[in-house]
Ligand binder design. Sequence first.
Ligand code: SF4
Ligand code: SF4
Length: 147
Amino acid sequence: MKFPYLKEAVKSLFSKPSTENFPKEVKEAPEGYRGKIVFHPDKCVNCGMCIRVCAPGAITRTIEKVEDGDKVTFQFYLGQCTFCQLCQDFCPRKAIELTKEYLMIAENEEDLMVRGTFIKKAPPKPPVPPVQPKPVAQNDQPKEENK
Ligand code: SF4
Ligand code: SF4
């Protein structure tokens, strides 16, 4: 009686598994991997370019008036994102970064939201020019009465 796989089975008993020991050992993603988005609100200038290039509409922005300017909030919904990286490539301030993070386990929509808020200060108001006294027209001069 022949056991064609016996040699292979015995060998496998004493060798390491060929599968990865995940999640005990989490491997780093390769260079250039496009994973979870990180937004740096301190670098953003609110130009809106990222919103324009995002085909699936995964980026939204809300603007709220506050005392010293606008409170701007950017929201990236990773459930809608295709990780194309266009937003990162087109951002003139490098405010968006696609990281190597690939573990994005979500229990609800909120777990897939990346947000960042900053205050865009209103430009200083130009000084109000002093009010010039209105020139008095010649005809408006009080006429001397003939005595
Ligand atoms: S990676 Fe692509 S799909 Fe995702 S937010 Fe950026 S532009 Fe949109
Ligand atoms: S492209 Fe960059 S700087 Fe412009 S709004 Fe988007 S994140 Fe901000």
